[in-house]
Design a protein around this ligand. Structure first.
Ligand code: FES
Length: 83
């Protein structure tokens, strides 16, 4: 199972983490990856000035805006799943 967490600390929240989660959730559902990917919120990851912070497995990705979510999904998540 690939774990994806999105920081929902206050700084990341202000930068749109709820929207990032919503888009990721929709993409995971659209590609039917619910049995391969878990999506959760996380507490502050210590990179508040570089939010939104997303962790995919062990990899920490910073500065994720809503416009970058699809790209992140394709590069970091989809490639690690069975289709
Ligand atoms: S609030 Fe997201 S890294 Fe601190």
């Amino acid at each position: 199972m690939l774990e994806v967490t999105v920081c929902v600390g206050s700084a990341c929240h202000l930068k749109g983490s709820a929207e990032v989660i919503r888009i990721l959730k929709d993409l995971i559902a659209a590609y039917d990856l619910g049995d391969q990917v878990t999506l959760a919120g996380s507490f502050c990851q210590g990179h508040c000035t570089d939010g939104v912070v997303v962790r995919v497995g062990e990899e920490l990705i910073t500065g994720v805006s809503r416009d970058q979510v699809y790209d992140l999904f394709q590069k970091k998540i989809l490639g690690r799943c069975r289709l």
